[in-house]
Design a protein around this ligand. Sequence first.
Ligand SMILES: *Cc1c(COP(=O)(O)O)cnc(C)c1O
Length: 391
Amino acid sequence: MNKKILMIPGPVEVSPAVTEAFSVAPPSHLAPQVLEAFGASLEMMRQVWRASADSQPFILAGSGTLFMDSAAANLVAPGDTVVVVETGYFSQRTAEILRRLQARVIIVEAAPGQVPSREELTLALERGGDVRAVFATHVDTSTGVRVDPAVITAVAEAHGALTVFDGVCATGAEDFAMEALGADVYYTGSQKALGLPAGLALAVVSPRALARRRQLPHPPPIYVDWESWLPIMHAYEARKPSYFATPATNHILALEVGLREILDDTLNGLHGVEARWARHQRVATALRAAWSLLGLQLISHASCTARTLSAIRYPEGRDATLVSAIGERGVVVAGGLYPTLKDTYFRVGHMGYATTQSPMLEQTVRAVGEALFGEGASQTEAALQALAQGL
Ligand SMILES: *Cc1c(COP(=O)(O)O)cnc(C)c1O
């Protein structure tokens, strides 16, 4: 392995088959193989999202933030009350998007590394009155914190509010069965938990949420408007050509391969996305054991730590130079991102293809160990052993 491996919380390493599917001369958006890849991807999204047959998948060219804008703009009108579950940098972005739509935004906060309680959320909805929707970040990539979607959907349901989950750092890796949860929007970007190249914004939307869009007093900007895209998604699912705005054709070819890899995964008698969820959990647990033997601690509370990344406190006397020392050992990791804490921790992403590749995980643990202790330290050997046992 000569090239550095990418172990940041997105973009992540992708499989050779995904790279191969992506690396072709750009096809037309009307080419038969694009119609097939697009249609199959929409169908597979319902399976990966564990969403109902009457839910609507969307695939747009753009980064994850595009669907943050899209979800908000299709559900929220000026003056609507919304609740944001604030767990870090990306929920702060959600709140800013909603403020720009002139919504009345109620924030339910928690200390960094923690999530708000069910009681705090309930109180916010009770005080909020007629709450249109609750927005939450499934995994906040700045702190490595994961909310419990079932708590949020239960509280929102009891108050007649829709639920929107940002799954950019979670979809395909963290348990999320959209239909069983009764969630209304679950969106992601291609380059994180889904394990694909950057460039697509993907979401599944419930019939309830689509109905809300049709009741909006003013339509949203045309590119983010679900109504602009519905006929296109229907056409592609029927493998028929259609045009509203040009899709990212190479990405669509890669997406089909990537989604199929997820649905073909098997682990301990599990199959499909459930195997993929379990795989991410197993890798996260094994890495956590390794971090612990390296004397490292996470900034996220154990009760709400995500399985897609580790947000690791710099040990006493170390700082951001550790990130470059790890990079010199062939592994790219990321610095902190939470505004007030970013100089106190670094982040290692462990999602997508890398979770199927023990050598990449070993190289990551070795690079962190050597950056901390130099070559051949007993801590690193112990950490590597713990990793191997856990995988
Ligand atoms: C990365 C990220 C985003 C933004 O996605 P982009 O693709 O960078 O626009 C939003 N939410 C979460 C949780 C993320 O991790």
